[in-house]
Write a protein that binds this ligand. Structure first.
Ligand code: ZN
Length: 242
């Protein structure tokens, strides 16, 4: 793949050259072409390099000549408006197994499938970290962790428009705002991932709306309900939460 076939968002990433294919003289030229900043960075990399990892540890990052580059790095040296002293990267990952990227029904959204079987504990760890660094939405990960799996719509299945949300707090007949909280843990619906999971599955606009519509213990009079674990701890009381 030539640089022209790379995704457009990789423009501006630091290119590199595999030094092992170069003669001693060509190597010296590459080093001479580096800017002082890149040379300093390269010296650090060279000091770290070990030869037993099996990877190309004798690479050099070259700034001088993109034409001669034969590799691209995750490193984005010039990010407009970026924080000083913070280096920015876009993930460039070398996978040794099959992967598929399938467009979702929303433009610019994708489903990534990896042919990498792993125990749930490892997968939960991966999801958690991916939310932490902003690759996945926290709500998607919370819902997946609550359900015990992640999921995507099948290719070609359109996402329905979110159901109508009744915004804001509800009031009782006397006009007092309802405290819509779990009777046990006192958490609100948006703090309980099980309702994020329902919102995602059933296309409610929010966890609160999902709780109001789908939670069997929801008391419409006073806003009380039982979350799953509190409901079990409370001995699975019949009817709505008091
Ligand atoms: Zn609870």
């Amino acid at each position: 793949m030539s640089a022209a076939e790379l995704p457009a968002f990789m423009a501006g990433h630091q290119k590199m050259r595999f030094l092992r294919e170069l003669s001693e003289g060509q190597r010296r030229t590459e080093y001479n072409n580096l800017s002082p900043e890149l040379l300093e960075r390269q010296d650090e990399l060279d000091a770290m390099n070990t030869d037993d990892s099996g990877y190309d540890t004798d690479d050099v990052v070259v700034a001088a000549d993109d034409e001669k580059a034969d590799g691209i790095t995750s490193w984005m040296p010039e990010v407009p408006g970026s924080v000083p002293d913070v280096e920015f990267h876009r993930p460039v990952l070398d996978l040794d197994f099959d992967a598929a990227l399938v467009p979702s029904s929303t433009e610019g959204h994708w489903h990534l499938y990896l042919d990498a079987l792993m125990p749930w504990d490892d997968y939960a760890k991966l999801l958690t970290v991916m939310a932490e660094v902003g690759i996945l939405e926290q709500g998607y990960v919370d819902a997946s962790l609550a359900r015990g799996y992640s999921s995507a719509r099948l290719p070609g299945v359109m996402r329905p428009a979110p159901r109508k949300v009744r915004p804001g707090r509800r009031a009782d007949v006397a006009g007092n705002l309802l405290e819509e909280r779990c009777n046990g843990c006192k958490l609100e619906a948006h703090q309980l991932p099980e309702y994020a999971a329902i919102a995602l599955d059933e296309d409610y606009g929010s966890s609160l709306e999902a709780m109001r519509r789908e939670e069997g213990t929801y008391n419409r009079e006073n806003g009380h309900f039982w979350c799953n674990s509190c409901y079990i701890k409370a001995g699975m009381p019949l009817g709505v939460a008091l």
